[in-house]
Design a protein around this ligand. Structure first.
Ligand code: AP5
Length: 219
């Protein structure tokens, strides 16, 4: 199963992608995480991306397309993959189509997680993650079982993303509406989009996404 999780910042793409990765046994490919790793490594790509990400702007298509083209050739993608945060512009969606054709692959479904702008801001402003393993949490909606201890690895240090401040979030939402939302129409034309209401609790959204994927797998 090759799928795309689409949605605005804070819609829950990353949260759902991690759950699907475990449930389906296929790899999550998050361009945001790849770029944050480049920033942490201090690479040339990381230096370019850092300034743009801090401002809430998108990283140039050419950089992202090249990263994803190479990543999709790795062996762990062979059983299938979950694209989280890519594609994010019409040129990226077009490049993905060309890339998959060349690799003799295709997308099975594009799941669009739909949430209100206000909910996104509340979700992003409460988000934090384990500094050791990256497991994601939220001040209100997803607390660790034992306060201050990561459920996954037992880590006790947590971090917040540099781009999760009110000003940057507003810019990220603008970028979403101007550059990313049009790809829903791009995939609608290809009959690939399934819409999921992302406003319920995390577990409820997971079941809705799973149900869409199950139906797709049976069709
Ligand atoms: P990226 O890391 O992809 O960020 P994003 O798209 O802004 O998405 P987020 O990670 O903020 O949100 P999410 O939808 O994954 O939500 P999450 O599950 O964490 O990209 C960062 C930057 O990198 C971009 O701004 C851009 O600069 C650059 N970039 C990345 N890809 C690019 C590309 N392809 N092209 C160009 N530039 C690119 O959930 C958020 C919080 O809410 C969590 O705390 C979670 O616990 C909570 N939560 C989740 N679901 C629910 C729910 N149902 N109810 C209550 N709380 C919930």
């Amino acid at each position: 199963m090759n799928l795309v999780l689409l949605g605005p910042p804070g819609s829950g793409k990353g949260t759902q992608a991690k759950r699907l990765q475990e449930r389906l046994g296929i790899v999550q490919l998050s361009t945001g995480e790849m770029l944050r790793a480049e920033v942490a490594a201090g690479s040339e790509i990381g230096r370019t991306a850092d300034t743009l990400m801090k401002a809430g702007h998108l990283v140039p298509d050419s950089i992202i397309i090249d990263i994803m083209d190479k990543r999709l050739d790795q062996a762990d993608c062979a059983p299938g993959f979950i694209l989280d945060g890519f594609p994010r512009t019409v040129p990226q969606a077009t490049a993905l189509e060309v890339m998959l054709d060349a690799k003799k692959l295709k997308l099975d479904v594009v799941v669009s997680i739909e949430v209100d702008d206000e909910a996104m801001i509340a979700r992003i402003s409460g988000r934090y993650s384990c500094a050791k393993c990256g497991a994601g949490y939220h001040d209100l909606f997803q607390l660790p079982k034992v306060s201050g201890v990561c459920d996954t690895c037992g880590g006790v240090e947590f971090v917040r993303r540099k781009d999760d401040n009110a000003e940057t979030v507003r810019e990220r939402l603008k970028a979403y509406h101007a550059q990313t939302k049009p790809i829903i129409a791009f995939y609608d034309e290809r009959g690939l989009v399934k819409r999921v209401d992302g406003m319920g609790p995390i577990d409820e959204v997971t079941e809705k996404v799973q149900s869409v994927i199950d139906k797709q797998a049976m069709s």
